[in-house]
Design a protein around this ligand. Structure first.
Ligand SMILES: NC(=O)c1ccc[n+]([C@@H]2O[C@H](COP(=O)([O-])OP(=O)(O)OC[C@H]3O[C@@H](n4cnc5c(N)ncnc54)[C@H](OP(=O)(O)O)[C@@H]3O)[C@@H](O)[C@H]2O)c1
Length: 239
């Protein structure tokens, strides 16, 4: 029996792609998964069905009030929160000379601000039952500088450093760690990502289940593993 059996874990952006892979994996290990989505309702319900009729929660994470409502609903419907995986994010490709205030806010409202307030609300709920585990999905782009994604890189570097600060603040009851995916395509490899795959020491792209391996590791670890960053990128960060 996995240490995750019976644990209540909320995965944000769990309808599709990496979030879906994480949710399916945690459900397979016996966790009671809470599926968050924003626009992808049909996909969220399909993922939830595959997770053993898991409950679904809709929230636009741009809004702190919506985040507070989300965690209130999770608390009342699930009764507790043991794990939180902050996976939801946005990604755009814009030259820094072209980035507008709206472009910046579009990325940072979800990738950094929402992750902070989900950690805050998640931690408050976890503390009611003694503590828990938070895993923030960052990115290789938070470790390596990508010129056409400076606004996105800043948000993900922010997630990585915020993870460390929160790990100190929330210890010893709650651990906060980060998984940084490399290239994880879903049929959408393009002229920008193909060269990255070719440069990857593993010589292939990664899968959602490989990201879920890293997430599960942190969710199952003792509180002696906190503030850490695990790149699951086939070695690309080493280039
Ligand atoms: N795929 C990669 O190669 C890669 C590489 C590095 C890092 N990552 C990171 O890994 C994570 C998952 O990647 P992915 O490619 O699977 O992500 P994705 O498909 O681009 O986004 C995941 C989910 O985020 C949710 N989301 C976006 N804006 C939201 C908002 N305002 N409120 C609530 N939810 C919102 C969406 O939910 P709805 O669909 O329900 O609207 C979306 O399905 C992200 O943190 C990403 O930055 C991915």
């Amino acid at each position: 029996m996995s240490e995750l059996a019976g644990k209540v874990v909320l995965v944000t952006g769990a309808a599709r792609r990496i979030g879906r892979g994480i949710a399916l994996r945690l459900a397979r290990e016996g966790a009671r998964v809470a599926i968050h989505y924003s626009n992808s309702e049909a996909e969220a319900r399909a993922t939830a069905a595959e997770c053993g009729d898991a409950p679904v929660f809709r929230a636009n994470l741009e809004s702190v009030a919506a985040i507070e409502r989300l965690f209130g609903e999770v608390g009342s419907r699930m009764g507790r929160l043991d794990g939180l995986v902050n996976n939801a994010a946005r990604f755009t490709r814009i030259h820094p000379l072209e980035v507008t205030e709206a472009d910046w806010d579009f990325i940072h409202s979800v990738n950094l601000k929402a992750v902070f307030f989900c950690c805050q609300q998640g931690a408050k709920l976890m503390l009611k039952t003694g503590g828990g585990r938070i895993v923030n999905i960052s990115s290789l782009g938070g470790i390596r500088p990508w010129g056409m994604h400076s606004h996105y890189c800043a948000s993900k570097a922010g997630v990585i450093h915020m993870t460390r600060a929160l790990a100190k603040a929330l210890a010893p009851e709650i651990t906060v760690n980060s998984v940084a995916p490399g290239v994880i395509p879903f049929g959408d490899l393009n002229e920008h990502s193909i060269p990255m795959v070719e440069a990857t020491p593993a010589r292939r792209p990664g899968t959602a289940d490989e990201i879920a391996d890293g997430v599960a590791f942190f969710l199952k670890s003792t509180n002696f593993v906190t503030g850490q960053l695990l790149a699951v990128d086939g070695g690309l960060a080493l280039r």
